[in-house]
Design a protein around this ligand. Sequence first.
Ligand code: FE
Length: 230
Amino acid sequence: MNLNTLYQLSYGLYVVSSKKGEKLNGQIANAVFQVTAEPPQIAVSINKQNLTHEFIRESGVFTISILAQDTPLEFIGHFGFHSGRDLDKFQGVNYKIGVTGAPVVLENTIGYIEAEVFDLMEVGTHTVFIGKIVEAQIIKAEEPLTYAYYHRIKRGVTPRRAATYIKQEEGKPGTEARAKYRCTVCGYIYDPEVGDPDGGISPGTSFEELPEDWVCPVCGAGKEAFEKED
Ligand code: FE
């Protein structure tokens, strides 16, 4: 069995948000899909350990912000690689409170959907929430960010808690002259052959040559958070 086959499935990338009382939280998810047209319903798979899961169960509402293709990795890292238990993810982010009372992220968003939980299915580590769509708006007619684009072009990574995380086989010993380094915070891998074009680092720059103030393009951690890949 080759689980990499699952990477051939296509997805978008979304911020799924909810609330609990006055508290707001949101997270990155890619497992979002429409399940029926009449009435319009949407499903999302959320890890039970995530704060957003607790909020959706409590409030029975969630919103989905559809991210634009040019969404910066830092923005995805902010919602995808930090926990709302440690910080208020909505501070400094452009959002509004929707008709469900849950927050709707408007930054880097081409459209959004609001839903009320109609049913749910527990599937081991995750819960699939099925929501009746109560509001939906297009913000701008731009290309959505697809999961494939995120992985292949932006070289983003998948956190272990994601529904679509795939355990990789143990890496074979590196043969490249220049080592890759892994961010211990989010799992992003710095590959010298690729560099970090978004961060102004040209291909061919070794990890050692990176400026001391360079930070992980996904989660913002400093160089000291990186470990050499075996
Ligand atoms: Fe990182």
